[in-house]
Design a protein around this ligand. Structure first.
Ligand code: 13P
Length: 345
């Protein structure tokens, strides 16, 4: 049996975090639409190769979450992407859920699907070179409508736990991602309450399904004000309330917590992580790291614009963002660093 704890530890190695590049076909189309690029197989491959082959980025990126298509794809020189990453010392992972669908009998709420046939898919993903997996559950706060309901939280927690147990059975480290969406005008206190209730339900289900906590990672939202809340909590408050929530609800056996960016600006996503890790931050039992999608990819995507001539510039922008988040792992990120875009070498 592979040493899953060693893989989990490597994913949260000092100064490094995870790149989430597992956008489904509809989601990557949305990202490409924003730069007026057609979402073809060839363009998706070129873009992802640009990211993975950014010189020096493995200094800050421990693992990459891929989408099914990418794990089966090869770089332009014929090397499978999983091998490209492995050769750089970066661990390939795979999104295994089939997306969030309306939850029956629960208006406005969603359940993540994909458990049917998962055991067989996991075996195949392992054979293709994946060493960890991700499953994302989505929780909406809309207090006027009484959301989220315990029904939605518990149904998603159960699915996360069944997914995680299957992943570990297949020799893959599960990244358990219960995301409380930022959308809405809820306060940071409401986000704290819902985050706590969700994590409590998730860890209850993980325990009932015999998931080994040492062999998984948690990918939560930060505790943050709703995007349209008139009172936006500052960086220090977000950091303090996020850590408070996690200390109350995440067992010490979990090796690491890798946040999603969730629609925060690139700078905020880095600043929040930095504030949580800045000395003399409380000594926490788990590593606090990142698994960002948009907050790592927005700069390279807009620099690239689908042009081969822009690849180097896009790689520079990606390297810069990865380096800043790497610094935030030690609490060493600063405004001054933000401004100095250095080369890719
Ligand atoms: P964002 O960082 O863009 O929220 O994406 C992370 C992710 O993997 C969502 O499932």
């Amino acid at each position: 049996m592979p040493d899953l704890n060693a893989v989990a530890q490597a994913l949260v190695a000092e100064g490094k975090g995870i790149l989430a590049a597992d956008e489904s076909t509809p989601t990557i189309k949305k990202r490409f639409d924003s730069i007026s690029i057609e979402s073809t197989v060839a363009n998706r491959r070129a873009y992802r190769e640009l990211l993975f082959r950014t010189p020096g980025v493995a200094d800050f990126i421990s693992g990459v979450i891929l989408f099914d298509e990418t794990l089966r794809q090869e770089a332009a020189d014929g090397t499978p992407f999983a091998k490209v990453l492995e050769d750089l010392g970066v661990i390939p992972g795979i999104k295994v859920d089939k997306g969030a669908k309306p939850l029956a009998g629960a208006p406005g709420e969603k359940i993540t699907e994909g458990l049917d046939g998962l055991r067989e898919r996991l075996r195949e993903y392992h054979d293709l070179g994946a060493r960890f997996t991700k499953w994302r559950a989505v929780i909406t706060i809309a207090s006027g409508d009484g959301l989220p309901t315990p029904n939605c939280i518990d149904a998603n927690a159960e699915a996360l736990a069944r997914y995680a147990a299957l992943s570990q059975e297949a020799g893959l480290v599960p990244i358990v991602e219960p995301e409380i969406l930022m959308d809405g005008d809820h306060t940071i206190q409401q986000c704290l309450d819902v985050s706590e209730a969700t994590l409590q339900s998730v860890f209850g289900a993980l325990s009932r399904r015999h998931v080994v906590l040492e062999d998984m990672l948690l990918k939560p939202n930060m505790v943050i004000s709703g995007a349209s809340c008139p009172r936006q909590a500052d960086v220090e408050t977000v950091a303090a309330m996020t850590v408070r929530c996690l200390r109350r609800r995440v067992p010490a056996a979990v090796p690491g917590i890798v946040f999603l960016s969730g629609g925060q600006s690139n700078e905020k996503a880095t600043a929040h992580l930095n504030a949580m890790n800045r000395p003399p931050a409380a000594v926490n039992p788990w590593q606090l790291s990142f698994s960002y999608g948009r907050a790592l990819q927005e700069p390279p995507l807009s620099a690239w614009r689908g042009e081969t001539a822009n690849v180097e510039k896009a790689q520079g922008a990606f390297h810069h963002r990865a380096r800043l988040n790497g610094a935030a792992r030690y609490g060493k990120y600063s405004d001054a660093m933000e401004k100095q875009l250095i080369g890719t070498a």
